[in-house]
Ligand binder design. Structure first.
Ligand code: ADP
Length: 319
């Protein structure tokens, strides 16, 4: 393989830039030429492709977002769009493609591989909801951002003897809510994977009130939703003034942490090595602190559960 491409797709995540940098530099170091595909599969279909060299990716290892931009491409979900994408690769001389994104992006990468363009996926999403890997790029940065935000809310919540209900990202998965909840010592953590009624949260707060605690934090994953309503019910049920806060997109940005930069560099390096060996339709992943790779189809069929031992630890230590 002489020329490879790289794109970022789906939701952006801190660490994507560091991965792009690692892909570009590893490829160049191994005698390959690298093309950057702008705005995910949209840019591929439209032929929005740039040349990248080692200096094109200078000063991005420390930056959130993605220098290649990202997009969602409904056209790429159709057979016709995938054929256009494969043809665009051939026209640009791209013989293999690194796709940095989530499960949706990997589906696209699988389809493109089936159409003759070997692709390797790198897991990048702040939700850590990709089953084949213990870790996804952006998760650590997002957890730290959420934790810092809740720490600030905690200061005011404590001063006023209030309860704060904080919504963190995670539409389908509670990994971010769980880890953040533990890190801020949340009284209750509401996630999509665990049935926990507001009545149960109220009962928990009331029991803890009896021990003298007067301010509370409840972390709610986006997928559970309804934080305003939850706050109203908690206030009515406990008598504690309760405020709802939705952290929102602040969690998607910011300079990547050490962990995200290092993982991004390892995964970017591994992805290029696979393409160099002529391997496509693979996804690189972290398992037990080691870089591994899987067939994309196999990876997409894996399941990842919430760490229930962590959930138990959170409940035990927040009394
Ligand atoms: P993520 O990669 O973060 O899961 P999305 O689910 O939005 O984000 O997927 C990103 C892009 O991947 C989509 O806009 C689309 O272009 C492509 N994609 C998603 N699902 C499929 C699919 N089933 N087949 C082909 N391409 C897909």
């Amino acid at each position: 393989m002489k020329t490879i491409g790289v794109l970022t797709s789906g939701g952006d995540a801190p660490g994507m830039n560091a991965a792009v940098r690692a892909v570009v530099r590893t490829a160049i170091a191994n005698g390959m030429t690298v093309k950057g595909v702008m705005r995910g599969y949209n840019g591929l279909i439209e032929g929005d492709i740039i040349d990248l060299n080692a200096r094109s990716v200078s000063d991005i290892i420390n930056r959130g977002g993605t220098m290649l931009y990202t997009a969602r491409s409904p056209r790429f979900r159709e057979e016709a769009g995938i054929i256009e994408g494969a043809e665009a690769c051939k026209a640009a001389g791209i013989e293999g493609l690194v796709v940095i994104g989530g499960d949706g992006s990997f589906r696209g990468a699988r389809d493109l591989s089936l159409h003759g363009i070997p692709c390797v996926g790198i897991p990048g999403t702040i939700d850590n909801d990709i089953a084949c890997t213990d870790y996804t790029l952006g998760f650590d940065t997002a957890m730290n951002t959420a934790m810092e935000m809740v720490d600030k809310i905690r200061d005011t919540s404590q001063s006023h003897d209030r309860c704060s209900v904080v919504e963190v990202m995670g539409r389908h998965a509670g990994h971010l809510a769980l880890q953040c909840g533990i890190a801020v010592g949340a009284t209750a953590i509401m996630v999509p994977e665990v049935e926990l009624s507001v009545e149960e949260v109220i009962a928990r707060i009331k029991a803890i009130q009896k021990t003298g605690k007067r301010h509370f934090i409840v972390v709610v994953a986006e997928g559970v939703g309804g934080v305003e309503e939850i706050a109203k019910q908690i206030e009515a049920g406990t008598g504690v003034v309760t405020r709802a806060t939705t952290l929102g997109h602040v969690q998607r940005g910011g300079n990547p942490t050490v962990r995200d930069r290092v993982r991004a560099t390892q995964l970017g390096y591994a992805a290029v090595k696979l393409l160099q060996e002529g391997k496509g339709n693979r996804v690189v992943a972290i398992k037990n602190n080691t870089v591994v790779d899987y067939d994309i189809y196999e990876a997409l069929n894996m399941k990842k559960d919430l760490d229930m031992e962590m959930y138990e630890i959170a409940n035990t230590t927040s009394i």
